[in-house]
Ligand binder design. Sequence first.
Ligand SMILES: Cc1cc2nc3c(=O)[nH]c(=O)nc-3n(C[C@H](O)[C@H](O)[C@H](O)COP(=O)(O)OP(=O)(O)OC[C@H]3O[C@@H](n4cnc5c(N)ncnc54)[C@H](O)[C@@H]3O)c2cc1C
Length: 202
Amino acid sequence: MSINQKTCLANFERLIDSASKSHVFVWIDMESSEHTDETIELYYALFSRYERLGIAIQANLKRSHEDIQDLVRHGGKIRIVKGAYRENSKIAFKTRKEVDENYLNIMKTLFKDANEFGIATHDSKLINHAVELSKKYPKKFEFQLLKGIRDELKPDLVKQGFIISDYIPYGTNWLPYSIRRLRERKRNILLLGSSFIQSHKV
Ligand SMILES: Cc1cc2nc3c(=O)[nH]c(=O)nc-3n(C[C@H](O)[C@H](O)[C@H](O)COP(=O)(O)OP(=O)(O)OC[C@H]3O[C@@H](n4cnc5c(N)ncnc54)[C@H](O)[C@@H]3O)c2cc1C
């Protein structure tokens, strides 16, 4: 996408062709706000051709609730995340309380109006809210967490009958991905260190 929209679309079409042959669900990550519009455009362009496609939307952006309502109206599949990028206060909620409130409101919209979605968070408070909402609105959804984070929670949710997806960084670009995760939380250096040692034991 940083090269241009056309190249991005062409590359993505190759991924979608391959995914459709293998019946694989594909999620589009959301980068910083300068790419929000074009990522949503890309999603709409591809979703009309391949339905097993979802898009991440960030609760820290003020525009997101509206984006989600539009996407849901078009049958879009959404992964709701808090948002990993530092954004300007003109367009973004800055306090944890505001972001969590917006996350909860968006989650309510998803449970009421959407059919298939992902709740991507490690926040127990929000996970508990989702568990409660799912009793009132039985919908097709899954909890999505990063591999190695809040692992103690995952078997518990599975026992309660929920679907959990573990998000695994894969491929040659593991370093920038891991640096982003480190920026989020310094304690991840231990996680990164131990997985690095384990990968060199094999
Ligand atoms: C499956 C998945 C996909 C994502 N895709 C995107 C995306 O496309 N675009 C985007 O901007 N962001 C994405 N994110 C990141 C997201 O926006 C948040 O930055 C990240 O998930 C941390 O927020 P939280 O909801 O876990 O809540 P927080 O309030 O940050 O954390 C709640 C609790 O979870 C634990 N925790 C949270 N994060 C970590 C961590 N990294 N290491 C250790 N413990 C942790 C801690 O106990 C913390 O107190 C994704 C996250 C997940 C899980």
